[in-house]
Design a protein around this ligand. Structure first.
Ligand SMILES: Cc1ncc(COP(=O)(O)O)c(C=O)c1O
Length: 218
């Protein structure tokens, strides 16, 4: 199993950290992630042969035992020392970042509770520890056009939001003949609300207030 743990730094499944669930996992350190190095990412694996192969491809395909000998065509995917230093410093503060985002999610849960007849709030299974890269909500009814109108209303109030990702099966390189109607439906109704540990409880109340108005006016 290959895990895409891009956004999930610190999340757990049955007490086990993501990144250690399968043969290997990928994490993103892009600028908007819980842990960032500006750009770049990380692969985790317990398989030493695979790790050696990944290092080979990362470092232009150069044989680690024979300088300037390239047994394979590789990539220039090395992380710089400067990025690594930033990432290590970020890792020292990861628990704080996660718990501040948990607190933000609790503020959202409380402030948005009165809107639950119109929106679905995030929920977490008892066997998992969720981390809030993004706090996302879903409209219970309506089309992509309505979702976009709600987002435009929020934007007019100075609140930036993002649509949730398109499901992979609709993207041209991964297009599939199979039907995934549930994923299609929910992808059209999902909104990522502002999610950063610097947001205050007052900010959250203003966002919830504007969302309530957007649901009426949009
Ligand atoms: C689930 C998922 N996979 C992959 C990526 C891509 O990560 P990167 O931007 O580091 O390439 C992202 C980025 O947000 C993501 O959310």
């Amino acid at each position: 199993m290959l895990e895409d743990a891009a956004e999930a730094h610190g999340a757990t499944v049955n007490g086990k950290k993501v990144g250690g669930l399968g043969k290997c996992a990928t994490f993103s350190f892009y600028g908007n992630k819980i842990v960032t190095t500006g750009e770049g990412g990380m692969i985790t694996t317990n398989d030493s042969e695979l790790a050696a192969r990944l290092r080979l491809f990362r470092g232009q395909g150069m044989d680690p035992e024979r300088r300037y000998w390239f047994p394979v065509v590789g990539y220039n995917y090395r992380m710089t020392n400067i990025q690594a230093a930033i990432g290590l410093a970020q890792m020292e503060a990861i628990e704080q970042a996660i718990s501040e985002r948990d607190r933000l999610a609790q503020w959202y849960n409380q402030a948005l509770a009165p809107l639950q007849s119109q929106i679905v709030l995030p929920s977490c299974q008892p066997w998992a520890r969720q981390v809030f890269w993004m706090y996302n909500i879903f409209l219970r009814e309506g089309t992509e056009q309505r979702r976009d109108a709600v987002m435009r209303y929020l934007d007019s109030q100075g609140i930036e939001t993002r649509p949730v990702f398109y499901p992979m099966h609709v993207l041209p390189p991964y297009a599939q003949p199979s039907q995934f109607p549930v994923a299609d439906l929910w992808a059209q109704r999902g909104i990522n609300l502002p999610t950063h540990q610097a947001l205050t409880e007052d900010d959250v109340h203003r966002i919830a207030d504007c969302l309530g108005k957007a649901l009426v006016n949009a």
